[in-house]
Design a protein around this ligand. Structure first.
Ligand code: ZN
Length: 326
């Protein structure tokens, strides 16, 4: 209904000679991709783990489709009315600070000339399976990665704590990273995507400019900068399914750019009849977030969109929050 109303508005405004900003490419929604761990080829494929060959397919396909990676610095500048963004911007994020961001993702991102942000849990620095201080410094200095704040301890109930403990978690992590990397750390990622007005107030007081959640969507001018939506990338996503989901979420399907790079699947025609695709991923994300990832393990079986649609339809009456498309 909202989509029809928006379409009518565009037609009316176009006929009257007024072209709304969002119709001519200004205020383009920015997809912020959410990755976690990159695993060896043939490894687990789920909501947290992406095999390295899949990751390469994602990055190569994004490149083929003309996506340009940006930093939070650039997004903040753009949202503040400053410099514009390159065409087809994409912001790549990695949560938690897995060692694989260094061992598996670094080389691929460098090869394709892409940058990404790592949200580091500072208590985990140097612990088994996570990045250590030396790697973080090398990653930051390479210009490929920007290291940002994912709190000190990644506490599930951070958003419900008293403000002194919230402050300690936010400011403590920022201080560790600022001292290690010798640069400002002004962007934050909520542990488990959970936030509250109290926590957002603490972020504001601590000088955090932008924060990302795990809610599905793209970042748009006018959004609360402390509640930016993201697009979760699954281990079973192909380059093509990822690019399609980005297109369906932002409302803008990129077109292949003539270049040497070829994706595994050159047929990039957007999936047909997939306006529900975001909806189906949303319900799967909702289920995943609320039933502790168990259900995600069945998702490789549900790659077929008709099955995703069925899950969507079955769960719809039981939704506790509004997940409808905006
Ligand atoms: Zn996390």
């Amino acid at each position: 209904m909202k989509k029809i109303a928006a379409a009518v508005l565009i037609v009316v405004l176009s006929v009257s000679g007024v072209v709304p900003a969002f119709a001519n490419g200004l205020n383009q929604p920015v997809p912020i991709l959410m990755y976690h761990n990159i695993v060896d080829e043939g490894g687990e494929e789920d909501a947290l783990n992406v095999p390295v060959d899949r990751f390469e397919d994602h990055i190569r396909t994004l490149k083929y489709m003309g996506y340009n990676s940006i930093t939070f610095e650039q997004l903040h500048e753009y949202f503040s009315g400053g410099e514009g963004l390159p065409e087809n911007p994409v912001l790549i994020t990695f949560d938690d600070g897995y060692l694989s961001n260094y061992s598996h993702a670094f080389g691929i991102l460098s090869e394709y000339g892409y940058c990404a942000t790592v949200f580091m849990i500072t208590d985990y620095i140097g612990s088994y399976g996570y990045l250590d201080g030396e790697m973080l410094v090398e990653m930051q200095h390479s210009g490929v990665f920007d290291i940002q704040n994912h709190s000190a301890s990644h506490l599930y109930n951070l958003s419900d704590m008293d403000s002194a403990r919230m402050r300690a978690q936010v400011a403590g992590a920022r201080e560790v990273l600022e001292e290690l990397l010798d640069k400002p750390v002004r962007f934050f990622c909520y542990p488990f995507g959970r936030h509250s007005s109290a926590l957002r107030g603490v972020l504001k007081a601590e000088g955090i400019d932008m924060a990302v959640t795990t809610a599905h969507g793209a970042a748009k001018i006018g959004d609360d900068p402390l509640q930016l939506d993201r697009i979760r990338v699954f281990g079973f996503d192909t380059g093509k399914s990822l690019v399609n989901r980005i297109g369906n979420t932002t409302g803008r399907h990129a077109k292949p750019v003539p270049q040497d790079i070829k994706p595994n699947d050159e047929d990039m025609v957007p999936f047909q009849g997939t306006t529900d695709y975001c909806g189906t991923s949303r319900i799967c994300l909702y289920v995943a977030e609320n039933f502790v990832m168990d259900v995600v393990s069945i998702m490789p079986l549900t790659g077929d969109e008709r099955i995703l649609g069925l899950i969507y339809a079955l769960y719809r009456p039981f939704w506790k929050k509004d997940l409808s498309l905006q």
